[in-house]
Design a protein around this ligand. Structure first.
Ligand code: PMP
Length: 444
């Protein structure tokens, strides 16, 4: 049972605390009082160092589109590992992966690879600034786009420090350059008219609007079509670019969320699923815009894009294998599982009368312990304030799931992979219903 101070995981965590601040290198893998340590993964399953097997419904925060160690992906990695792992020469696999992604994504004619979504977003921002010759990047308050200073502005602003929404003023994240918010305009999610006037007021200096169409930090708040259409029209009219951060949302549509929504971005940042489970990031767009990235033929000073491990052969080989497997039938089957999960969770919320809501889309679901969402970071902060027991309920829910064979994202996320079956999904629904009952009865 979790937590168990005598477990191998707990002992490993105590050891880790001696040599790493917080005990590890990634804050999302920690859940109090200690994280469980993984030993191995097989398809939909993960086994921890105490020999406990659970269904993995995190899938490395979405990157494992086929779950763990899919035989074809593993074979591609093994084959490549026997040929070469890293080299200061390009390989054919890089072209292959670029071709697959460009063919799938209507707005992407050309692409460059990096090693994380953070870098993909950073390159998207640099490309937009270089291409337009302008400085301001607009982003949504509360949206997470990785650790780049510009992208990180106002990701987790403290409610006590909010500026008036019409000011667009953002707050640098701790450790960022103090001036990093000066070139950032902060928008409120789905506020069509407020955003329109803010963009227009900064029109001549606006390089780009950066948007994630389904913001995890905002309890999976989707950007409305009306909001996205306005962003598309306004950026075009103002001579600015529209950047879609599809690091997470790429799995929502066969050609990314853009294809699903019918909106064409100018620049797209990517990551996660395109690397077949290995570290990856990318930036893509039209050939015209991508020419702002260093172009040897012209010998001009453009956006510099080096990286010892960019397009490394292992990631490229894994990415090609994973993306080939993620064909239309696989994509559609996965989304049907997502529908089954959201419908099932909604049904147990209703049946138990729990104060909870179910959100998400395609192969992503979220269960949050309050009713009525709120669309903006500020509205969600208010929901949290009005429901002080939300985080306690989330913790009880998470522990129940963990102790009943389900590894999920702590705040309430479930991310599916093609390795999941209907029975796996039904197990989650059943246990979620049980957890909600126990929480309601005060017995969890
Ligand atoms: N953008 C979004 C929308 C993300 O979800 C993430 C990662 N969760 C990132 C950027 C950063 O990607 P990475 O962790 O690969 O740096």
């Amino acid at each position: 049972m979790f937590p168990d101070r005598g477990s191998n995981s707990s002992k490993l965590f105590d050891r880790a605390l001696n040599v790493m601040p917080g005990g590890n290198s990634r804050h999302t893998v920690y859940f109090p009082p200690y994280p469980i340590y993984a030993a191995r993964g097989e398809g939909a399953w993960v086994t921890d160092v105490d020999g406990v097997k659970r269904l993995d419904f995190i899938n490395n925060y979405s990157s494992l589109i086929h779950g763990h160690c899919h035989p074809e992906v593993t074979a591609a990695i093994a084959r490549q590992a026997g040929l070469l792992t890293a080299i200061s020469l390009p390989t054919e696999a890089e072209i292959e992966l670029a071709e697959i992604i460009c063919a799938r994504m209507p707005s992407v004619d050309q692409i460059r690879f990096a090693n994380s979504g953070t870098e993909g977003v950073m390159m998207a921002i640099k490309t937009a600034r270089a291409y337009t010759g302008r400085r301001i990047i607009a982003k949504i308050e509360g949206a997470y786009h990785g650790s780049d200073d510009t992208a990180a502005v106002s990701t987790y602003p403290h409610p006590g420090r909010f500026s008036p929404p019409e000011s667009g003023i953002g707050i640098p994240e701790p450790g960022s350059a103090p001036g990093s918010a000066a070139d950032v305009l902060v928008l409120q999610m789905n506020d069509v008219e407020g955003t329109r006037s803010l963009l227009r007021a900064h029109g001549t200096e606006l390089a780009a609007v950066l948007v994630d169409p389904l913001v995890k930090n905002l309890a999976y708040q989707p950007a409305s079509i009306e909001f996205l259409t306005m962003l598309r029209e306004e950026t075009k009219a103002l001579g600015a670019l529209l950047i879609f951060d599809e690091v997470y949302s790429l799995r929502l549509g066969f050609g990314g969320a853009q294809e699903l929504l019918g909106i064409k971005a100018d620049i797209t940042a990517m990551g996660k699923i395109i690397g077949g489970g290995l570290p990856v990031g990318a930036v893509g767009g039209s050939a015209e815009i991508m020419s702002a990235v260093y172009d040897q033929r012209e010998g001009k000073a453009r956006v510099s894009h080096g990286g010892t491990y960019n397009a490394n052969p292992l990631t490229m080989a894994a990415g090609v294998a994973a993306m080939r497997l993620f064909d239309r039938p696989a994509f559609e089957r996965l989304n049907r599982l997502g529908d089954r999960l959201r419908d099932g969770l909604t049904a147990v919320v209703e049946a138990t009368g729990a104060d909870a809501m179910v959100r998400g889309a395609a192969s992503i679901a979220g269960l949050f312990h309050a009713r009525g969402g709120g669309q903006t970071y500020r509205e969600l902060a208010k929901v949290r304030m009005d429901n002080p027991d939300m985080s306690r309920k989330a913790e009880l829910f998470f522990h129940h799931m963990l102790n009943n064979g389900v590894l999920m994202g702590g705040p309430g996320f479930f991310i599916l992979s093609t390795a999941h079956t209907e029975a796996d999904v039904d197990h989650v629904i059943e246990q979620a219903g049980r957890a909600l009952e126990l929480i309601k009865a005060g017995k969890a």
